[in-house]
Ligand binder design. Structure first.
Ligand code: SF4
Length: 323
């Protein structure tokens, strides 16, 4: 029997006001998230990949309501979180947490590890002071740190240890859903695998559901069950991990996959070069937003934006080549 849905995102939009016209005083907007629809089952990891600046982190933050949504719906465990009052949302945050890319910048350098990891328990008023300290000890142990680290400060630790502290802090309030925003990209390659393995172990132990954001397809492959590919504010392809890596459909996904370094021995590999930079979201291309870089671009692509279509077995793609 398949697991029930924990998260449903429907036509989610996030626009930022950039400036107001000098004459009309009308604001202009940049669309960072442009009508995203996806869902995540309980206990699943959905990888979210795309180039830097495509809106992945904004999507993660908007799902958690860390930044207000412009339109659409986010339904978490049956609750429409856009409609929750502040106090209801504050309580729900216990169940929805985030692991950040740069653990150093998200850990207050003046607080010791005990205070940092205990902070969510203080905020949500979980347990007595003694119980909270006990819980911090237990959680530090689970993430591979120890009680002897509790009185030390973030600058005394390596990047990998700081990320373990960040993970302990995110998980101490017993969340069900965690947005992991590039959690290993700031780490040395040598420690990435150990942090990824830790995250998998914690997922199994606590039954966590992850939205795992990364620009690195090889990292996403390691941890995800399904993968969504994002381009300039929208999802262009979404499917199971194996299917995506074996049978990518969208030209952007193919270009991203062909750019993954292969062993020297693989002489047949001929990477497709993704021409040009990601266009500015301030002035996105008309029609299909990928048309300025797509080798298959047709006249229709410049005028009509493709929508996600199911190609069978839950493999969805947004491209006119498959109409
Ligand atoms: Fe390329 Fe057209 Fe498909 Fe966009 S819709 S990815 S431009 S073929």
């Amino acid at each position: 029997m398949s697991e029930p849905l924990l998260l449903e995102v429907k036509d989610l939009k996030k626009y930022f006001v950039t400036s107001k016209s000098f004459f009309t005083r009308k604001p202009s907007y940049v669309s960072a998230v442009n009508g995203v629809t996806l869902d995540i089952k309980k206990g699943e990891t959905l990888g979210l990949v795309g180039e830097s600046g495509c809106g992945k982190s904004t999507l993660g933050r908007t799902i958690l309501r860390l930044t207000p949504m412009t339109g659409g719906q986010v339904i978490f465990d049956g609750k429409d979180i856009g409609k929750l009052k502040n106090e209801e949302m504050r309580l729900l945050r216990q169940k929805m947490q985030m692991i950040f890319q740069d653990p150093y910048s998200c850990l207050n350098p003046r607080m010791n590890i005990l205070e940092l990891v205990r902070a969510p328990l203080d905020v949500f008023k979980i347990g007595t002071a003694a119980e909270r300290t006990e819980k911090v000890k237990e959680m530090l142990e689970i993430v591979g740190m120890g009680e002897h680290h509790m009185m030390r400060y973030p600058h005394e630790f390596s990047g990998g240890q700081r990320q373990r502290v960040g993970i302990a802090r995110a998980l101490i309030s017993s969340p069900e859903f965690v947005v992991c925003d590039e959690p290993v990209s700031a780490l040395d390659v040598s420690v990435r695998a150990s942090v990824l393995n830790l995250m998998r172990q914690l997922q199994e132990r606590f039954g966590l559901t992850y939205l795992f954001i990364s620009h690195d397809l090889s990292v996403v492959k390691h941890i995800s069950d399904r993968v969504a590919v994002m381009y300039l504010g929208g999802i262009v392809e979404i499917t199971g991990k194996e299917e995506l890596y074996e049978n990518p459909l969208h030209p952007y996904t193919k270009a991203l996959l062909s750019a993954i370094p292969l062993p020297d021995t693989d002489v047949k590999a001929s990477p497709k070069v993704l021409e040009g930079d990601l266009p500015s979201p301030y002035n996105p291309p008309s029609g299909c937003r990928f048309h300025t870089r797509c080798e298959h671009c047709m006249a229709r692509c410049k005028e009509e934006a493709p929508v996600l279509k199911d190609m069978g077995g839950g493999h969805q793609v947004a491209c006119h080549l498959y109409d």
